[in-house]
Write a protein that binds this ligand. Sequence first.
Ligand code: CP
Length: 317
Amino acid sequence: MNLFFSVNNVVNPTALAQEAIDLKKQPFAHEQLGKHKTLGLIFLNPSLRTRLSTQKAALNLGMNVMVMNLDKEGWALEMRDNVVMNGTTVEHIKEAAAVMGQYCDILGIRSFPSLQDRTSDYNEEVFNKFITYCGKPVVSLESATLHPLQSLADLITITELHNSAKKPKVVLTWAPHIKPLPQAVANSFSEWMCAAEVDFVITHPKGYELHEAYTKGATITHHQEQALEQADFIYVKNWSSYHDYGKVIGDYPEWMLSLERLKNTNNAKIMHCLPVRRGLELGHDVLDSDRSLVLKQAENRIYAAQIVLKKILETQS
Ligand code: CP
């Protein structure tokens, strides 16, 4: 493996999740694999879980890790080609990415969307330039459109918790928020669930339809109550409009889940990638109950990152 950007970079997502569960039982079994190898983690946006879990995963594999919050600590980057750099940007992505590639054996990068220019965001212009110029294997730490390490951790969590021969019913529900958020987590969770062995339903208010490239195979409904019936796992997430790009087109506070709203589910477990705004996106009662899997998902971020780094290191050795 040389690139981890989407589910399409994985031969068998179900098998990869199982390998991560096996790795979790013996996290230091491969601590020689990463010896004298360096992982560079580059953040253009804030992070708690991705930064720390990926760092921990690399340490478990014996790697050295360098982290740079490029948005705060680096020179202002120019992403456009063939421009005279007589404005605020100081360094071009061509040189910056190539230099980081010289210092590292594997690079991870987080680059959120602008939510202003859909074409640029969905063409992954920042991420793709980074891949082109760094010359090393790249792991997405969340790009403009996808968050694959989160989705792999989510699949690991569902695989660990599901205890029936029947396929689980997994529901992705839109939740309220005051700010326009990226579609990346929702796009990514959808494409991973469509590739996994689950019955997958997406529910959201009208106008919050996701790009259909990520939802092929899912059942999509605007009726949240109906979608939740007999659900085994419910993934709660806000996203801004794809069609009216980057806009909050309606508040819909009634879409926030509380324990009362879960009564017709199959004792559903509740998932969220975090950070979560309590009482806005998801009820305090749900988050404080044993129905919540949010901490387990966060823990599994370590093993999602570790299995991906292990695959890349094995390709290099
Ligand atoms: N879920 C997630 O990616 O969290 P961070 O933004 O804190 O990394």
